[in-house]
Design a protein around this ligand. Structure first.
Ligand code: G3P
Ligand code: MG
Length: 240
């Protein structure tokens, strides 16, 4: 069965990467969450997409210039709309604590392709282990070196390479890195790629697919999952 991952939570309808969005995603039937992590000045793992606060919050500047105590005062709902009030920028640990009572898969995107965030891999893996979530998480990144490092530290945790430019043979790239899955932009997916990956047991989970005809195509191509801002659309399509 094709799994549905709620991109940044149900980010089409709720403020991205907030506990509100993750909880709504679960209620909308998502099988998993996708979220993005960065490191604060005091080495806390926070869930936010951009390296800076400006686009999604009422703060300014780089995430890594703030301690978590400083960061949590900013409103992650500031740019989204008035329907929901103040939303804290969550810690990755907040998500893990909430996930203790559900069975959602958690696709953690390490946002370390612009800022390397030295030591992030160890921090994330240690938190995963302390919450006994090794079997429920997928670590993804556009930073291939970081994924190699994750595999060295924790061979049993699933990893996935993200990419958004064409790679002629992505299955060889995945094999070379030793990752378990590819997470390409949906524009780069076709049936041949899916078939070649399947032969090698490499999972294929394209992002970010928000319209129903495209979702249909992705399902027909045989992908393992859909990463979407609108999990309810994918779930209702899959029910038909
Ligand atoms: O994990 C898929 C997707 O989230 C990658 O791109 O920029 O939305 O984090 P972005
Ligand atoms: Mg992401």
């Amino acid at each position: 069965m094709v799994q549905v991952f709620a991109h940044r939570g149900a980010a089409g309808t709720y403020p991205e990467n907030t506990m509100v969005a993750f909880k709504k995603a679960k209620r909308l039937g998502a099988d998993g969450l996708e979220l993005d992590v960065q490191l604060t000045k005091d080495d806390q793992l926070v869930v936010i997409h951009d390296e800076t606060l400006d686009r999604t919050t009422d703060g300014r500047g780089f995430v890594h210039d703030y301690t978590y105590e400083e960061l949590r005062r900013y409103n992650a709902n500031y740019k989204f709309g008035a329907k929901i009030d103040f939303c804290e920028i969550p810690l990755l640990e907040d998500v893990f604590k909430w996930c203790k009572d559900n069975t959602l898969k958690i696709n953690i995107e390490l946002k370390n392709n612009f800022i390397p965030y030295y030591g992030m891999e160890e921090e994330v893996i240690s938190l995963i282990r302390s919450h006994r979530l090794s079997k429920r998480v997928i670590l993804s990144s556009f930073n291939d070196e970081s994924l190699v490092k994750c595999k060295q530290i924790a061979p049993s945790i699933e990893t996935a390479i993200l990419y958004n430019t064409r790679i002629m043979h992505p299955w060889y790239y995945a094999e070379h890195l030793g990752v378990d899955a590819i997470h390409p932009s949906y524009r780069l997916i076709d049936r041949y790629i899916v078939e070649e990956c399947k032969k090698r047991n490499i999972a294929v989970r394209p992002y970010t697919i928000n319209n129903v005809p495209l979702m249909k195509q992705i399902i027909e191509d045989g992908c393992d999952a859909i990463i979407t801002d609108y999990p309810e659309r994918a779930k209702s399509l899959l029910k038909k």
